[in-house]
Design a protein. Sequence first.
Length: 435
Amino acid sequence: MLTDATHDPVLRSWVESANAPGCLTPIQNLPYARFRTAHSDEPWRIGVAIGDQILDLAAAAHHAPWGEGLDELLEPLAQGDLAAFMALGRPVWRTVRAALSAALAEGSVQGPFLELCLVPLAQAEFTLPCPIGDYTDFYVGIHHARSVGSLLRPDNPLLPNYKWVPIGYHGRASSVIVEGDGIRRPMGQIKSELEVPLFGPTRRLDHELELGLWIGAANALGHPVGIEAAEDVLFGITPLNDWSARDIQTWEYQPLGPFLAKSFATSVSPWIVTFEALAPFRRPLLRPAGDPAPLPYLDCAFNREHGALDIELEVWLQTARMREAGTAPVRLSHSSALDAYWTPAQLVAHHTSNGCNLRIGDLLGTGTISGPGPDQGGSLFELTRGGRDPITLPGGERRSFLEDGDSVVLQAWCDAPGAVRIGLGAVSGTVLAAA
Ligand code: MN
């Protein structure tokens, strides 16, 4: 049994908006973010989303009675230091989740005190939830790998290593940003018809629909995290947009892989949904018949039975012209994290299998998660078949790749019978003209 009292679907909060049908931040979710009142010079602090409010943990830790031992556990959160809270480990993450759930539940002792510690979501601005030491991006979307491969290598779409080794590359942590920030169209070197490549703004700017995994525990250099222990390293999850410049990418990526085509920006939602909150949405890892079993270091009973995540994902687009005309964003694609070929635990076990040390606050991107259908591509590269088949938008505009003024929003949520739907937040970005 992975679930506990905090997942009980009948649980309701004294924050009335959290009980509204379809609310993505019900009391069963309790995601963390680092926030302050917008346009203020207040200190950043950690909050928990509940309905249309944020419980300010700096205020809440000191203004409500928490009971034996909890004050100490809440202190890193009160200090605005999510990484220090992560360092306390999974048993504490669980204890604090249970305490927050009880405090936010209808009729709680803390309710009257905590009412004074709420900040409306709509009045907040956000920053990264914690410093990111390293960022690694994987390639778990087998439909993405196959369809990109078929555009680049029609006779050999899926490379022979794919079903054996979780493919990844080391990305750039310094350019990971939260939603709302503008995405400056990058300059770069692009192959041209001439003998000399040109240097200029990318003409093939793309999004990638991914999930980001926040690492909440460190392993020492030289000490791999076994697959059985890998779950204890996983703190939370967020939607992630791995912005990509396809023309720069195709020219630079051989033989060492992605570089400047990816490192100009990676966006994440400011909200971290914890792995505790995901408990009702864990699923068996299913592989097509005939596929090889994972090597033993990537395989254990828990991962086979619960390793996969039932998360729905969507990409929405609104162009500048649509915005001006009052036209709503259009859904470009949808997919499911159940289509991921490798689980988060397998990514951790593989990443550390050579002795590489992960640190608290490291971020792992899953890679683009696409479904098998034509409207399930997690990038424009797939949806437009490498730019050959542009998409027609409401109002008649066409897109092969992103243009200046385009806004992309990635959304993710979990829904399952017997559980309350929870949101994983949204990550948005608007393309700015090259400088
Ligand atoms: Mn990617």
